[in-house]
Ligand binder design. Sequence first.
Ligand SMILES: Cc1cc2nc3c(=O)[nH]c(=O)nc-3n(C[C@H](O)[C@H](O)[C@H](O)COP(=O)(O)OP(=O)(O)OC[C@H]3O[C@@H](n4cnc5c(N)ncnc54)[C@H](O)[C@@H]3O)c2cc1C
Length: 408
Amino acid sequence: MTYARMETLRTRKDAVGPALGIPSLTFRAWFEAQYGAQAYLDMGLIPRPMWMEYLVWYRRVLDLDVVNETAFAGLDFREDGLLALQVETGGQARKVFARRVVLATGLDGLGAPMQPEVANRVSPRFVKHGADLIDMALLKGKRVAIVGAGASAMDNAAAALEAGALRVDIFVRRPDIPRIDKFTGVGSQGMTHGYLGLPDADKWTYMVAGERAQIPPPRHSVQRVSRHPNAFFHVASPVDDLVEMGDGVEVVTPKGRYAADLVIFATGFSVDFGKRPEFAALRDRILLWQDVYTPPPGWEHAGIGASPYLGPAFEFRPKPDLDIATADAVSRISCFAYPAVPSHGKITSGIPSISEGATRLATGLTRSLFVEDRANHLDRFLGFDTPELLGDEWTDADLEEEVNRANG
Ligand SMILES: Cc1cc2nc3c(=O)[nH]c(=O)nc-3n(C[C@H](O)[C@H](O)[C@H](O)COP(=O)(O)OP(=O)(O)OC[C@H]3O[C@@H](n4cnc5c(N)ncnc54)[C@H](O)[C@@H]3O)c2cc1C
């Protein structure tokens, strides 16, 4: 409800999402209970604000213990094995202790919005990232440049146009806007459950080939832009330079120079610990893909190399030189955010397979806590003596015969 600017979700309406296999928890059940089955059939895609309403309902009916307005600010590893989280609510700092921590921090989960270096060549007042809060009403009558060709680029362009921008120029590096959504196209239960078992080389190939193909913006998002006569698409147009000109900037591409009052970079997110002080305890301690896998020539990819190399339940893996206590502490933290994708496939940060991802995470947490507490569990097992049978359900046939014989 802040920086997502699309009219509807991209995900098809019948994806079961976070319902965890419980039919009455699905978006469909929630929607039909209010508006009826026919209205559901008549709806194309889910309007974005309605998805938020559904999530608020989901939180309420499950009575989830969500604490708002609270920032996770840092983490300490304690000698007793507990993780100490520093959290801040309304300027008040406090500590929360936990045996396990799950980072579910989204698309920029371990990093930040990414902008090319050229964005720094002009005053920050001329530059925004697509994930920034932008008061679109202020763009009325302005010239807006958008850099990128993904969903966010289209959403930002459309929002600026609908707010009355004078013109919107969209700059795309490639000679064409990506057209094929490989990951959705080959999505299957096999992919959801099987990707984790692939050899590293296969995972790497999927990820790099997927990155190179890019994910196209939804067709309806592009049409939402192109129906405006003052929207201009420029392909094969990497932004080579930005130059301040009076009270605006010039966007320089191989094809020309374009005046703009604001440039919005819809250029994605990266793993970047330098930009996330709250994760300082993990920096240089967790195993990354670049530590364990060397791609064949021509298949290098710095962004995927910087992603965490996770264990089977999303747990971080420690770098080999750590002492045992620190290594154990690192592996008690899980990454259930977008940077988990190279290790686990697309089962985090996306509606279609989020339940399968959550189940894998919960199963892993349960297993590790059970193993950690195994002495207690074994004691409980050995000491358990609550009878199921009371002894009055059966009689010993031989014993009965003996009694009868004795009685004559
Ligand atoms: C424009 C846009 C459109 C999208 N459309 C779709 C779609 O149609 N279908 C789909 O499946 N996916 C879509 N996605 C992907 C989307 O990110 C995920 O589906 C979904 O939001 C992921 O949920 P999440 O809980 O993993 O992460 P998020 O929803 O990103 O939640 C992460 C949360 O962590 C919080 N956080 C981060 N750091 C801290 C900290 N230090 N302290 C406290 N809190 C912190 C953030 O504030 C945020 O609330 C879209 C993403 C974008 C940006």
